[in-house]
Design a protein around this ligand. Structure first.
Ligand SMILES: [Zn+2]
Ligand SMILES: [Zn+2]
Length: 73
């Protein structure tokens, strides 16, 4: 058995609504890939049960971090 992130693997289309304007938050990928100026000596550990994604509102640009619960396949 393996735990995978449903968003990374496009199993589920998870949609979040912006707190700010009610717009749709769009997945921008895992936080590790999104933050490229992250210091090399501060690696972000992959969470065992969660995948941390960045979502950005397509209307107002509001950014939100969401922990995606990994599913067992
Ligand atoms: Zn993921
Ligand atoms: Zn918004």
């Amino acid at each position: 058995m393996e735990k995978i992130c449903p968003v990374c693997n496009e199993i589920n289309d998870i949609e979040y609504i912006c707190d700010n304007c009610g717009g749709k938050l769009v997945d921008k990928g895992r936080i590790q890939e999104y933050i490229d100026d992250y210091s090399a000596d501060m690696p972000i550990d992959d969470y065992k049960d969660y995948c941390l994604h960045i979502f950005v509102c397509n209307k107002c640009g509001n950014k939100k971090k969401e922990y995606i619960h990994k599913v067992i396949i």
